[in-house]
Design a protein around this ligand. Structure first.
Ligand SMILES: [Zn+2]
Length: 95
């Protein structure tokens, strides 16, 4: 049967096989903290694995928020149509 990988969720460092914390932008390469610091002087080149996951969550959440917002917007639009706003045409006589 070979090996059964229980929790393969965590990405592994391509250099030492440790749990990866960083990933190169636009590439599938993952690095652990140590190897990332050894290989790259500028960690800005790397994306934090956790951050990426959180960004995904954020995007999803924003999309969901958008949906609920448009629903609310629809409600308010309907509300405005019901109660017609008074026009200010008679403003001239205010003088
Ligand atoms: Zn490593």
């Amino acid at each position: 049967m070979g090996f059964v990988y229980g929790r393969e969720m965590a990405k592994k460092c391509i250099l030492c096989g440790d749990e990866a914390r960083f990933k190169i932008k636009d590439s599938p390469d993952f690095y652990c903290q140590d190897c990332a610091e050894d290989s790259f002087s500028d960690l800005d080149l790397l994306v934090k694995v956790e951050e990426e996951a959180q960004q995904l969550k954020k995007v999803l959440k924003e999309k969901m928020d958008d949906l609920s917002e448009t629903e609310q917007e629809l409600d308010s639009i309907l509300e405005k149509k019901k109660s017609k706003p008074k026009s200010n045409i008679k403003d001239v006589s205010d003088d």
